[in-house]
Design a binder for this molecule. Sequence first.
Ligand code: GAP
Length: 465
Amino acid sequence: MGPSEPQADTHATMDKIVSLCRRRGFVFPSSEIYGGLGSTYDYGHYGVLLKNAIKERWFEAMLQERDDIVALDSAVILHPRVWEASGHVEGFTDPLVDCRTCKKRFRADQLEGASCERKPSRRPGEGPDCDLTEARQFNLMFETTVGPVQESGARAYLRPETAQGIFINFKNVLQLARRRPPFGIAQIGKSFRNEITPGNFLFRVREFELMEMEFFVPPAEADDWYRHWIDERLAWYVRYGIRPGAMRVRQHGAEELSHYSSGTSDIEYLYPIGWLELEGIANRGDFDLRRHSELSGTKLEYVDPGGERYVPHVIEPAVSVERMLLAFLVDAYHEEVVGERERVVLRLHPQIAPVKAAVLPLVAKDEAMVERARALYEELRLAHAVEYDDGGAIGRRYRRQDEIGTPFALTIDEQTLADDTVTIRNRDSLSQERIALAQASAYLSDALARPWAAPEGTPVAPAAE
Ligand code: GAP
């Protein structure tokens, strides 16, 4: 390896990811001017572009690359009986204890990993002044009231998952989209959970965007489809650059299964805080359609052309944009020494990267260069998410683009003015190529469409803190 070639070294701690997100305007703590609201975040420009790219790739895989899934966008506030039928009113709870001394709340089933507010070296309940209440069940749904009168009949909930919006529309889709099992309904939308112990940046928040797909199948095919969707979802992550060594599949034990599930596997990712659930794939059986049929009185079943009736079983891959975004950032984060200098680079898959290319005039004060650069920018932005940047020394501009993960930088220089060519710098290899200006748009389209994998020398898995 020569002195100017990058030496891969990933040290993606949570602190470094938080700091990069802040520094480059991906994610900000919410309500900051009022002192912040714990574990709530706002997304800046690059955060929005990154989230959009993730959602687009997910929808593409569900809706465009297959023809057995349709889209849905259901309401956040549903009829309260939906949550009775789904089991959330009764069972979507975590056990909670309060400390009467320090007034902190803890999950009763996670005291092992928690620490006492006054004596952080001890667990809650083990400090000299600790005075814990008995555990009680705490429902994670946010309550609200519908209409101007606060009476019990007006009580409603912000949805804790989008899945129920899909189940209650099963009949609509079956009839109006003229589908027959196996078929799926995919939805992306905000979901809300009043988590007792949110934290670890975006990993556990109270407001997040779920990407869920409910796949309705003949009961006899449920096991096969369950395995199919585990494989499909793993392959999707690999395709978009997550290193296979940083993922594993973990099957839930019987005691861990949700009330609706007859089998769940988590795709876990090695976050800097350890192996944790990124995405869940569940075999929900016929639990949801049966419950909604019972409580609503509307039959949610399929009648096949031979007249046979059955309640389809459901396979569900579910993941939040937040956990995915965090995994992409951690996986992409690299610190390297290039020549004598350190650089931080986000090696995001080009189709996930928030900005696909930057157009930079080498000398920001050179009017001819600026004019050419702006013309190229105007042309490229018709088809791609590109950025024009003439602020500061060229080295600083490259570093800025590296830190937001821009895979290509097109630099307009003296030679451009002489022969209408432009230099393309590759974020990963740092190689520079000169091509005709007229070919820049086609070059970019080709480069973005090519399969991508993390460059050689990238460690197999990020270091756990
Ligand atoms: N409909 C199934 C369902 O909601 P879940 O395991 O409770 O299942 C699905 O949640 C996914 O939502 C998880 O795999 C995770 O990606 C994400 N998720 C759950 N709670 C979250 C939270 N508090 N903050 C961010 N993401 C969360």
